[in-house]
Design a protein around this ligand. Sequence first.
Ligand SMILES: Nc1ncnc2c1ncn2[C@@H]1O[C@H](COP(=O)(O)OP(=O)(O)O)[C@@H](O)[C@H]1O
Ligand SMILES: O=P(O)(O)OC[C@H]1O[C@](O)(COP(=O)(O)O)[C@@H](O)[C@@H]1O
Ligand SMILES: [Mg+2]
Length: 522
Amino acid sequence: MDSLSPVIGPKLVVPLRSVRRILGPDLQPNLNRICNKNKKINGMHAENTKPRAASSAAAIDFRDRDWKSKYEDDFQARFNIPHLTDVIEDALPIPSTFCLRMRTPTQDFADGYINNNDRVLLKVINYSSPTSAGAECIDPDCTWVEQWVHRAGPREKIYFKPENVKAAIVTCGGLCPGLNDVIRQIVITLEIYGVKKIVGIPFGYRGFSDKDLSEMPLSRKVVQNVHLSGGSLLGVSRGGPSVSDIVDSMEERGINMLFVLGGNGTHAGANAIHNECRKRRLRVAVVGVPKTIDNDILLMDKTFGFDTAVEEAQRAINSAYIEAHSAYHGIGIVKLMGRSSGFIAMQASLASGQIDICLIPEVSFNLHGPHGVLRHLKYLLETKGSAVVCVAEGAGQDFLQKTNAKDASGNIVFGDIGVHLQHETKKYFKEIGIPADVKYIDPTYMIRAVRANASDGILCTVLGQNAVHGAFAGYSGITVGICNTHYVYLPIPEVISYPRVVDPNSRMWHRCLTSTRQPDFI
Ligand SMILES: Nc1ncnc2c1ncn2[C@@H]1O[C@H](COP(=O)(O)OP(=O)(O)O)[C@@H](O)[C@H]1O
Ligand SMILES: O=P(O)(O)OC[C@H]1O[C@](O)(COP(=O)(O)O)[C@@H](O)[C@@H]1O
Ligand SMILES: [Mg+2]
């Protein structure tokens, strides 16, 4: 049973409104799904009773006076990061070969190392009440609970001799601005440690099994300018071989450090590779760098490429705005990425200040009817003369015919909500006899292919460096991230147990609504 079970379990049953506040934003969507599915468990509605990997193993009884310290201990155990010595007891550390002053001994750099016991606080707001806007609470009183995670960075002791390392980098899933920046920084940092054998696996996990694809030797010289263009130097793909085939291939190639750049799916693969390596008792470090333009990885401030995507989306939104405002009764529709999370649509709407309606997967809406989107568009044409809509790709999927089609990675292929919205809008205004000039823009692949902006460039650089520090420190099955502006190592299962989504009760969504002035479409 997970740590949330006290609120939906038999020991303490609290009103639904309180549960909503208690869960916090990362868990709210579960509650929304819980409520929507309308299945009753312990007097509460629940979608399923399966414990989430991200949650603790032990139930907590809030009547227990020690529940808080038990929760904190449990949290610490969950966020412990796996280490080579967990399974290879005789793995011995050596002094780090990482040195910033290339000509002086490492001792000079002693102050620059991270202590293994350093921690970063995951949540920094102490909510005085569960009714505070956006409150994330563990218990009904919203007691302050400390949640510490491991600080990232170079360690004084390392578990790999650089001359024995063969490091590989693989990029999986869809494109995302910054992939080349991360590849570049991993290579540069590996070389500073003294690693000579660095390779790129071509076209995602597929490169491990496809005999026609050979690994790409990487060096500082090769990667020097790769960050100046978008895409991935190595190529990407979805689908690919089994985990056991991947680990066979790693053994054949002598790879003992694997850096995996990708999203939820890729990280699930990376964690499975880490587990298989453990099972085979291999001295291998598997380290992930979260790549998701949708920003749907749990616990992190943001993932690389997201900032660039929001910035690049401004061009599309501005074009839609110009088109809409230059036409008589113009309506511009922009569809942005976001399979299950509306972060790009929300942030791009906020940034532009030109959006009248923002539609995201996390917030239900009607198209038709007195409170529907179309009726509001009519109102906007009557009052403003034009309107601009920003819709996330995963929004409004209920309106579309389900095909049950899946891509090679098993992701559901969505219907095009942008095209549907355009079609329904045209039809609606034709039917009511009001002229409307509807223009639709889908900038998805134009956005994904651009190079990282300066902010993402820095994020990629730090994440790439920390990935290498983590591997040399002997950690495996971890990923790197930024939490409250500090860089951390997190165990992979904790960040991918479900996609991170926009919390409709969050301050940020409220700010978006304040900016668009859109009503509820229900
Ligand atoms: N549950 C899983 N276990 C192992 N590998 C997975 C899993 N889900 C996806 N993958 C692999 O991860 C890669 C990328 O997954 P995908 O969902 O396409 O992109 P992303 O990593 O961006 O979410 C693919 O090669 C896919 O086969
Ligand atoms: O057309 P493709 O390559 O399958 O990619 C579409 C998907 O790529 C994304 O941009 C990002 O997806 P990933 O995180 O899986 O790479 C999604 O928003 C979108 O659904
Ligand atoms: Mg995915």
